[in-house]
Design a protein around this ligand. Structure first.
Ligand code: FE2
Ligand code: FE2
Length: 463
């Protein structure tokens, strides 16, 4: 059965094209734009009562909607055609469950002139728009597009962004009072497991991304990445590493139910506010128990992530319950990301200081044996450390070298003359054949060099 007849398909495309044009002139709440969007969403809803997925776009320059072709273009169709050509978008695919908000945000992003296909596709993921996909001109399908990209480029940033989008959609569902869909998180964790099992620290450079505005989302993904890396470096099997990834990514989702004023309060929390904050592990584990496809022990790990190694933490009622080692792995990753994030906005210092502070917590908050492994995995120069080389260049450590601690893979930020490179350059300090590029002579304070490491990593220039 067709999702829309030709007349409604044309109406849908006309409304979409009009909304894309109109959003540049009116705020989304203005009736001149809001009303057509409501009508558009109504047509989409009726289409999704008959199909799980709809697509529209261009075939040989002709606009189509599913099986309908529009040979005689109206102004609205010509406008949309030009915008799609400009962005190299061949097809827009929407899947059932697309929300009004997603549609509205997509229209806003799509209306931006002069942005490339890749930028737009990344923005969709960053804004958690999961039910709208774009296919590039000439590509057969979204899946094929995705696979091609995987083959040709380092997809670590893409993976990180997809993980962010997944956790964002989970939190959005919670805010709307829905039981979150676990599928996007499970899908992306599966991908991260295969990358991590090949080389435990492969994704670790990404945990340098500390976005203050999206702290909770970045923190969740970072804890997932760090916990998986620690699990893999301990020699745990792929299923356990997968569980660590899932639990890490979901460990703080209970915070979605803590009032925003408390979460974002800059000063010290009152005892009543702290009591509310302390409920996030049990709130999170309760939501996880209701989500499909998650094993009960994931909920248990989330429940216990603030219990501390000596079980003196919260929730108090759970102190005597049995917990496995995964709880302490998550706690180690959680503490590291929290300390390095905090420092990032106060006075960024080298991650080694974070490790030293964590050492003081062993035996009480953290498990000493796990901490030993964590320090070993991080190496002498943990990822994110800014260093001066004997070539006089300044670089940031990007990947540890398990064979030679002193010679990690770095990204060179400042050349030998003190000039900032427009695009950081990746450099192995020692090559496979043993030839040496340079040695580290000192750790540099990024604050003095005015280097915002988090921003450099997330700028895309970095990778
Ligand atoms: Fe937490
Ligand atoms: Fe946390």
């Amino acid at each position: 059965m067709e999702s829309l007849d030709k007349q409604n398909a044309l109406r849908m495309i006309t409304l979409f094209s009009g909304a894309v044009k109109g959003i540049a002139f009116y705020p989304a709440s203005h009736p001149a734009i809001h009303q057509p969007m409501v009508e558009l969403y109504k047509i989409l809803t009726s289409a999704f009562s008959r199909a799980d997925q709809i697509a529209w776009g261009l075939i040989d320059g002709i606009m189509f909607y599913d099986d309908h072709l529009f040979f005689e273009p109206s102004t609205a169709i010509s406008d949309l055609t030009n915008r799609m050509l400009e962005k190299d978008v061949g097809r827009i695919i929407m899947t059932a469950d697309v929300s009004f908000e997603e549609m509205q945000n997509f229209i806003r992003l799509f209306s931006n002139k002069g942005i490339s296909f890749d930028v737009l596709a990344t923005q969709l993921l960053q804004e958690g728009i999961l039910h709208i996909h774009l296919v590039r001109q000439g590509a057969e399908s979204f899946d094929e597009q995705d696979d091609q990209n995987d083959d040709v480029k380092d997809d670590r940033v893409g993976t990180y962004n997809k993980a962010l989008a997944a956790i964002r959609s989970v939190c959005r569902d919670i805010e709307r009072g829905r039981i979150p869909n676990s599928a996007p998180v499970l899908r992306i964790v599966d991908r991260m497991v295969s990358m991590t099992m090949q080389e435990p620290t492969t994704l670790m450079g990404l945990t340098m991304i500390k976005d203050y505005d999206n702290y909770t989302f970045n923190h969740c993904v970072n804890v997932g990445v760090l916990a998986m890396a620690l699990g893999a470096s301990l020699g745990l099997d792929a299923d356990t590493v997968r569980d660590l990834g899932i639990a890490g990514q979901l460990h703080d989702i209970g915070k979605t139910m803590v009032p925003k004023e408390i979460l974002n309060k800059p000063g010290k929390l009152s005892s009543d506010e702290f009591e509310q904050m302390k409920r996030h592990p049990e709130l999170g584990s309760k939501i996880i128990r209701e989500m499909k496809g998650l094993a009960p022990h994931i909920a248990q790990i989330v429940l216990g992530h603030h219990l501390h190694y000596n079980r003196s933490g919260y929730p108090q009622w759970a102190r005597k319950l049995p917990f496995n080692q995964m709880v302490d792995i998550i706690a180690t990753a959680d503490t590291y990301d929290a300390i390095t994030t905090l420092r990032c906005y106060q006075h960024p210092v080298n991650p080694k200081t974070a490790l030293n502070e964590m050492r003081k917590l062993t035996g009480t908050v953290l498990d000493g044996a796990l901490m030993g492994q964590f320090v070993e995995m991080m190496g002498d120069y943990p990822v994110g450390t800014v260093v001066r080389l004997d070539t006089n260049e300044v670089a940031v450590v990007y990947r540890p070298n398990p064979l030679e601690n002193e010679a990690p893979v770095v990204r060179i930020l400042i050349d030998e003359n003190g000039e900032r490179l427009p695009v950081p350059r990746e450099q192995s300090l020692v090559d496979h054949d043993g030839s040496r590029y340079a040695s580290i002579v000192a750790v540099v304070d990024p604050f003095l060099k005015n280097l915002d490491i988090g921003r450099l990593v997330s700028s895309g220039n970095f990778y």
